[in-house]
Design a binder for this molecule. Structure first.
Ligand SMILES: C[S@@+](CC[C@H](N)C(=O)[O-])C[C@H]1O[C@@H](n2cnc3c(N)ncnc32)[C@H](O)[C@@H]1O
Length: 445
C-alpha cells in the first residue's frame, strides 16, 4: 500500500506507518535539518522540503510521478500542535458573543493545504495525529466568510458525506509503549472495507493491549521494564556521565547546586519537597511544595513553601535562587526536578527531556536526567533496527535535534498498531476478537 506523509519531521512516526506495510512515496517537511534525517532513513521516498502552502502543487506532481499509475491509499498528516487551543467551546462562544474575535494561530490553518492535497491525491484514507486540544480548536472557515468552525467539523464539511470518520484520544501506554502520551488520532475514510468495518464495529482502532490496572489486559509497560538494566551514569563529572560503549547513553553534567538538590531527592519525589539534611536535625515534616487552582481556574504554585528547616533553620536542599546574598525558593511546580517513577510508564517526553527542571525527567534513582539512549527506548525508536541518527547531507545530527525529533513525534510502535489494524482490514485478514487478542497476549507474556 502507498502512503504520503505530511509534516514528516525526521520520520519517526513514519517508522510505524512503514512497518505496517505502507510505503511512503512522498513526504513533506518545512525544516531542512529535519528533512535531512528523513531523507537518510527513507532514501526511496521523495522528500519535498519547504512550506506546505507553497509546495502543494509540487507534492501532488511528485506523488503522481512516484506512483506511476498506481493508487495512493493513505495520507498521514501530523501538523504542528503548538497552536491548538486549550479553551473549550464555551469560552470561545462567550468571546464571540462579547464581540471579541478570537485570534487564529496561523499553524492551525495548515489543515487547509493538508485537505487540498489529500482531496487532490485521490487517497481513500486520511489519518491525522494531533494533541487532544485539536477537538476544541476553531478556525475561520474559508468556505463561509471566515465564520468560526471547529477544525474537526471543518474537515468533515470539506470531505463531504462520502467519508466516515473514527476519532479517538489514544493513550499510547495502552498499546504497550512505556510512555504516557495522549494524542487525538482522527481517521477519515471512503474505502468501502474500512467503512463497512466502522459501521459494524463502531471504530477503526485496534483493541487496547495494555491497561493501567493490568486486569484482563497486560499491565502498562513501566520505566523499570524499559531501562532498568542499563549501566549506571552520574551527572557529577564527565567520566561518569557517559558510557564508553553504548552510543547516546550519556547525560549532561548537572552543576554543583542542581546535583546537590537531585542527590538529596528520594525516589518518586521532587527536589522541591526535600527535607532537612542537617545530621543533628533531619526534620522531615517541613511543608512540601504544592499548587492550587485560583479563582480564574489557573494553576498556581505555592509561594509560601519554606526554604529553611522549620525546626533548625538549616537551608533545605530545595531548588533555590541566590539574590543579593539571599536565598529564595525557585519559582516552579513540584513536577520540576522530580524523579520519574520506576513503576509507571514515563511521562510524555518533550524536547526538554534533558533538563532536570522539566516535568518528571530526573532518573528514578540515579543523580541525572535520562540519557538520549533511554529516551529512544522509552519512545520505542530502538524497537526499529534501521533508524539512524544521520542526515543525508552528511552533517552531524546534534543532540538538540534528536531531542526535538523525539519531542515532536509519537512513539512509532503505538502508531504501528493503529496502521497495522487498518492494513489488516484493507487486506481482508481476519481480526482477532477482543477476548482472543487479550488471551493471546497474556499467553505470550
Ligand atoms: C508534530 S511535528 C511532526 C512529527 C512527525 N510526524 C514525526 O513523526 O516525527 C510537525 C512538523 O511539521 C513541520 N511544519 C510546520 N509548519 C510547516 C509547514 N508550513 N509546512 C511543512 N511542514 C511544516 C514542523 O517543522 C514539524 O517538523
Amino acid at each position: 500500500m502507498k502512503a504520503m506523509s505530511l509534516f514528516a519531521c525526521g520520520g519517526i512516526g513514519d517508522l510505524g506507518l512503514n512497518h505496517a506495510g505502507f510505503e511512503v512515496v512522498v513526504a513533506n517537511e518545512l525544516l531542512e535539518e529535519r528533512a535531512e534525517v528523513f531523507k537518510f532513513n527513507y532514501p526511496k521516498t521523495q522528500m519535498i522540503t519547504g512550506d506546505i502552502w507553497q509546495k502543494q502543487q509540487n507534492i501532488l506532481e511528485q506523488t503522481k510521478q512516484a506512483l506511476n499509475g498506481k493508487q495512493l491509499d493513505l495520507v498521514f498528516a501530523t501538523p504542528p500542535c503548538q497552536g491548538m487551543s486549550k479553551n473549550g467551546r464555551g469560552k470561545l462562544l462567550n468571546a464571540i458573543r462579547q464581540g471579541l474575535k478570537p485570534e487564529t494561530d496561523e499553524r492551525n490553518l495548515l489543515i487547509i493545504p493538508t485537505l487540498n492535497i489529500f482531496l487532490a491525491s485521490g487517497a481513500h484514507t486520511l489519518v491525522l495525529e494531533n494533541v487532544p486540544e485539536m477537538e476544541n480548536t476553531y478556525i475561520p472557515n474559508p468556505h463561509q466568510d471566515g465564520e468560526m468552525i471547529g477544525i474537526i467539523d471543518f474537515i468533515k464539511q470539506s470531505l463531504g458525506d462520502e467519508f466516515l470518520s473514527s476519532i479517538r484520544v489514544v493513550e499510547f501506554a495502552d498499546y504497550g509503549v512505556p510512555q504516557c502520551r495522549q494524542r487525538l488520532i482522527s481517521i477519515f475514510t471512503k474505502h468501502p472495507k474500512l467503512k463497512k468495518h466502522l459501521q459494524f464495529f463502531g471504530s477503526l482502532f485496534p483493541d487496547k493491549t495494555h491497561s493501567k490496572e493490568g486486569k484482563q489486559l497486560l499491565p502498562w509497560q513501566t520505566v523499570h521494564d524499559a531501562i532498568a538494566d542499563l549501566p549506571t551514569l552520574d551527572a557529577s563529572q564527565t567520566e561518569t556521565a557517559k558510557h564508553k560503549f553504548i552510543p547516546y547513553h550519556s547525560v549532561p553534567l548537572l552543576d554543583e547546586e542542581k546535583y546537590f538538590w537531585v542527590a538529596n531527592t528520594p525516589k518518586e519525589k521532587s527536589a522541591f519537597d526535600n527535607q532537612c539534611i542537617n545530621p543533628d536535625c533531619l526534620f522531615d515534616k517541613n511543608p512540601t511544595h504544592g499548587a492550587s487552582v485560583d479563582e480564574k481556574g489557573v494553576n498556581r504554585y505555592n509561594t509560601e513553601t519554606p526554604l529553611y528547616c522549620m525546626k533548625c533553620g538549616h537551608l533545605l536542599p530545595r531548588p533555590w535562587v541566590k539574590e543579593n546574598g539571599q536565598y529564595r525558593l525557585m519559582k516552579g511546580y513540584t513536577s520540576a526536578y522530580k524523579r520519574m517513577s520506576w513503576d509507571n510508564p514515563a511521562s510524555t517526553l518533550t524536547r526538554n527531556l534533558s533538563y532536570a527542571c522539566s516535568d518528571n525527567k530526573v532518573h528514578p534513582e540515579q543523580n541525572r536526567v535520562l540519557s538520549l539512549y533511554e529516551a529512544m527506548i522509552l519512545h520505542t525508536i530502538t524497537d526499529y533496527k534501521f533508524f539512524y541518527w544521520q542526515r543525508a547531507d552528511g552533517k552531524k545530527v546534534s543532540d538538540k535535534l534528536i531531542r526535538e525529533l523525539i519531542g515532536e513525534s509519537i512513539p512509532p510502535a503505538g502508531l504501528e498498531k493503529i496502521f497495522s489494524h487498518l492494513a489488516l482490514i484493507l487486506q481482508d485478514i481476519e481480526l482477532p476478537t477482543k477476548q482472543r487478542l487479550g488471551q493471546q497476549e497474556l499467553e505470550f507474556a
